[in-house]
Write a protein that binds this ligand. Sequence first.
Ligand code: NZQ
Ligand code: ZN
Length: 385
Amino acid sequence: MFNFTFHNFTKVHFGEGQISQIQHDIPQSAKVLLVYGGGSIKNNGIYQQVTQALSAHQVVEFSGIEANPQYDTLMQGVALAKAQQVDYILAVGGGSVIDGCKFISAALKFDGQDPWDLMIQKAAVTAVVPMGVVLTLAATGSETNPATVVSRGEDKFGLFNPILRPQFAVLDPSVTLSLTDRQISNGVVDAFVHVIEQYLTYPVNAKVQDRFAEGLLLTLIEEGQKVISAEHKNDLEVRANLMFSATMALNGLIGTGVPHDWSTHMIGHELTAAYGIDHARSLSILLPSMLRERQQVKQAKLLQFAERVWNITDGTDDQKIAAAITKMEQFFKQLGAPICLSDANLDESHIPDIIQRLKGHGMTALGEDQMVTLDVVERILNRAL
Ligand code: NZQ
Ligand code: ZN
């Protein structure tokens, strides 16, 4: 196991009715920027719960953050927050609203010319306006992690800094009941791939992280299959287990002291930015082909994945690995997620464009060993046709 320092300071309030807790976590004297997306929170009771909890606070609203948040939209939030002199931000939404708020919180304290410099690493984040989260979609883990992903036109970049972590996050599984089947499936797939990209690399004898990761994968498979069934569709216990899994998948814990491979995510971001494919669906398209192409490098962990997660013990090593990847594909299919480019109406004519985009963004040596070069990506995309 590698050396590590683990410090996740985000306070989590988990369970039904917990939104009311926010009144105690946001300082009474704070002027709060209440931020949300396209308005789903107004149709499912979340907005009422939040405004009731903040009835003793001074609140300014900013809405309209789109899926895959855009810089121009976020800068409108920055302008409003500056004009209103807000000193606390409350994100009420999924990964897009939360990431958008993280950017706004850093941009408000940025003293250079253009806050986009933060995203392209031309300037460092040194201070933020404190923020909290009411999570409405279990998927990204953004609610307790130090990452934000922001788009500007067709450029999509991630930024990581510990001070971007929210101060608190409310995880009430009942608020996820208003999600569409597609958004629910997307959440399961995204969380699953987050675990995979921190687990399925090479062994470093990190037993705790491995077994936590396997526990999360098993839970996502079990509860993911339930949540799409008529019988358990509105089962709050299923929603609760999925919600906590998604948070734990990317809160830093399973990724401490182990190698990471974010290549599927990095290529996926290009598919989203260029062709508007949902984040999670870009991952389900790429991951099976990524694992097949990288089977040699990942052999030991793929075997562990086959045996411990899919209970595959018969056959040669190659057969076990092939069976595990097929099982994973079947799971994605059950969830209604695409597993190849043609499922998303893309074909080989799109491959040069994807490669060019990765090159333009400097994504030319991805993976746990930096060996996912552009020619390897090309092979992966061809496998994924
Ligand atoms: O806009 P609203 O009205 O909120 O509607 C949203 C949106 O249309 C809707 N929704 C959310 N909660 C709902 C709901 N609809 C009904 N009932 C509810 N309770 O769902 C739609 C999608 O929301 P979005 O926030 O875009 O989804 P998600 O949470 O999957 O976030 C995706 C974004 O997060 C980034 C992705 O790249 C993408 O931009 N990621 C962020 C990460 C991070 N910060 O750590 C890691 C991830 O790998 C990912 O890259
Ligand atoms: Zn993701």
